[in-house]
Design a protein around this ligand. Structure first.
Ligand code: KG4
Ligand code: ZN
Length: 351
């Protein structure tokens, strides 16, 4: 029996187990992470090494540097995740890994490591879509949450409104036509000389600013529930440059607050339009930008007003981590979605 066949034979026993523990690895961008998750819902350990300091110098993620840092850190993160969970590799039931979307060189490090571990320990290998992982961060925070629900995924690379119809079954309701929300935050932050990744710092600065100080356009999109951030970003950058050229004194906190308010009201209004027109009683947030304090407050208010049940990931699970990958993997493992050793990175993988 080859590796994959021997794993398939184990699946019925695994599905019948009370406690299924998955070791998950995430390396799609600039976080090297490993975690152990039980039954898709309980975090036994969650180790994250963030490479932010390595990339801040260049104002963005440098793929070559990211890949090399993943190579250096991935074993250590796996060791730490197992140790923190009080487990050995032999004790876990499966190995999960993000295989896309993301930077190809970065993804390959996690995929290669997961394949080696899965083969050496003769455990099933579960490939996970990174965006699905972000959505599943909600399962770790809300043990009662089950599909169907709608989910607004806003990260550095993606801005999508999904209908989560079942575990692992998604339908796109709307998506950005250009930049992702996180990317827009990072670029707006850059003109304010905020270091990479600017989103979290811009968010903090905005707390003390006046959101009405700078008027920004409302983006237009073709699809009713689609997004677009590139025009908003350009309008913001032009306004800042023009004012500087004219020698006008601008307050950075006011600028940050104005930009944040424009992005957030656009995100919330479209999500609420979809919720009302498509009759969506439950809505979740996911992705790095779901840590944005105004987005969380405005979504809470908008959902409360309409009687929509809102779910948000815990703050430490909004950004990239491996626990969310371990959650998504559990539901795939139960359905027998496992891979052989030919698994490859898929940088442009879609959900
Ligand atoms: O999900 P994530 O960690 O990585 C991707 O899959 O892209 O998202 C990272 C993005 C970055 O653009 C970062 O600036 C943004 O999320 N972000 C924020 C906040 N925290 C992280 N944007 C706005 N406000 C925040 N508080
Ligand atoms: Zn992410």
């Amino acid at each position: 029996m080859n590796y994959l066949e021997s794993c398939k034979v184990k699946l019925p026993d695994l599905a019948a187990k009370d406690q299924v523990r998955i070791l998950a690895i995430e390396s799609s961008c600039d976080e090297t992470a490993a975690a152990v998750v039980e039954n898709g819902r309980t975090i036994l350990s969650n180790a994250v090494f963030t490479q932010i300091d390595l990339h801040a110098l260049y104002g963005g993620v440098v793929p070559e540097i990211a890949s090399r840092a993943h190579v250096e850190k991935v074993d250590r993160m796996v060791d730490r995740a197992l140790k923190d969970a009080g487990m050995a590799l032999a004790d876990v039931d499966a190995i999960a890994v993000t295989y896309g979307p993301g930077l190809v060189g970065a993804l390959l490090v996690g995929v290669s490591c997961a394949k080696a571990l899965a083969f050496a320990a003769n455990k099933p290998l579960v490939p996970v879509n990174h965006i699905e992982g972000h959505i599943c961060a909600n399962f770790l925070t809300h043990p009662d949450l089950q599909p169907p629900f709608a989910c607004l995924v806003v990260s550095g690379g993606h801005s999508h409104l999904f209908s989560v119809e079942d575990y692992g079954v998604f339908r796109i309701l709307g998506q950005t036509q250009d930049d992702a929300a996180g990317e827009a935050f990072d670029k707006a932050a850059r003109v304010l000389n905020i270091p990479y990744p600017g989103g979290p710092l811009l968010d903090r600065l905005a707390e003390s600013g006046d959101p009405h100080a700078l008027k920004l356009p409302r983006p237009k999109t073709e699809g009713r529930y689609d997004y677009s951030f590139s025009g908003l970003k350009t309008a913001f950058i032009n306004a800042v440059h023009n004012a500087r050229q004219k020698g006008e004194a601008l307050n950075d906190a006011d600028l940050a607050a104005s930009f944040r308010a424009a992005v957030v009201s656009f995100l919330v209004d479209k999500a609420m339009l979809a919720a009302e027109e498509l009759n969506l009683p439950r809505m979740a947030l996911a992705g790095g930008v779901s840590a944005n304090s105004l987005l969380r407050r405005e979504m809470e208010q908008a959902c409360r007003k309409r009687g929509i049940q809102l779910y948000m990931p815990a703050l430490n699970l909004c950004g990239d981590n491996a626990a969310m990958i371990g959650s998504a993997a559990y539901y795939h493992l139960l359905r027998g979605d496992i891979a052989g050793l030919e698994l490859n990175a898929r940088p442009a993988l879609r959900l």
